[in-house]
Design a protein around this ligand. Structure first.
Ligand SMILES: [Zn+2]
Length: 205
């Protein structure tokens, strides 16, 4: 439709694009404000762990973030994806703002996303975090006098242990529908894999 309006020249018409542009931006801002307001209604906090991992003792022991691989709420210790080790002594590692519910999910994510040297490094970093976490998680067993030798052996093995992949997450109902397994069954499946591969405190069983 062409409108001839007195006093309106082409310059004004060009200006309409700008008006549309600013209106559009304004709407986007309103939308994001609505989303923010919506989110504040939720009680979930989604606390982000620090940018650098230094020690298990200074790392969150619980997290309401979702696992970057299996999508379930992490619940316990959020295994971070490490980008690089910044220093060895004292230990400092830069995190990628991705967290996993366990080392298995970390392994599956890394295998899917990376290859070559990058993948090897990421797996190596995951093992370091796993090893540190293992010492902490199983501290009560380590302190048990009669288990000490067994634990010492298991920990020396844990340095070279191969972290297995998590079971395929898409077999869960939330991905594949009614025929799938429940999230609870998926967690049980993972426990089974950990036990089979002597991962975590199963290393001492
Ligand atoms: Zn997971």
């Amino acid at each position: 439709m062409i409108m001839n309006l007195r006093g309106i020249t082409k310059e004004y018409v060009d200006g309409l694009d700008d008006i549309f542009e600013s209106k559009f931006t304004e709407n986007l801002q309103n939308d994001s404000m609505m989303i923010e307001n919506y989110e504040t209604k939720e009680t979930i906090s989604y606390k982000t762990p620090p940018d650098f991992f230094t020690s298990v003792g200074e790392w969150p022991t619980v997290s309401d973030l979702h696992c970057s691989y299996c999508d379930l709420i992490i619940g316990g210790f959020p295994f971070p994806e490490i980008e690089k080790i910044v220093s060895i002594e004292p230990f400092k590692a830069q995190t990628m703002k991705r967290y996993f519910c366990d080392a298995l999910c970390g392994r599956s994510f890394i295998d899917r996303e990376y290859d070559g040297q990058k993948k090897n490094d990421k797996v190596k970093f995951l093992k370091i975090i796993y090893d540190k976490h293992l010492r902490y998680e199983c501290a009560s067993i380590i302190n048990d006098e009669k288990n000490r030798e067994k634990v010492r052996q298991a920990l020396s093995i844990s340095r070279v242990i191969n972290i297995p992949n998590a079971p395929d997450k898409t077999q869960m109902k939330k991905f594949s529908g009614d025929m799938g397994i429940t999230t609870e069954e998926y967690r049980e499946l993972k426990e089974h894999v950990k036990k089979e591969n002597k991962i975590g405190c199963y290393a001492f069983a």
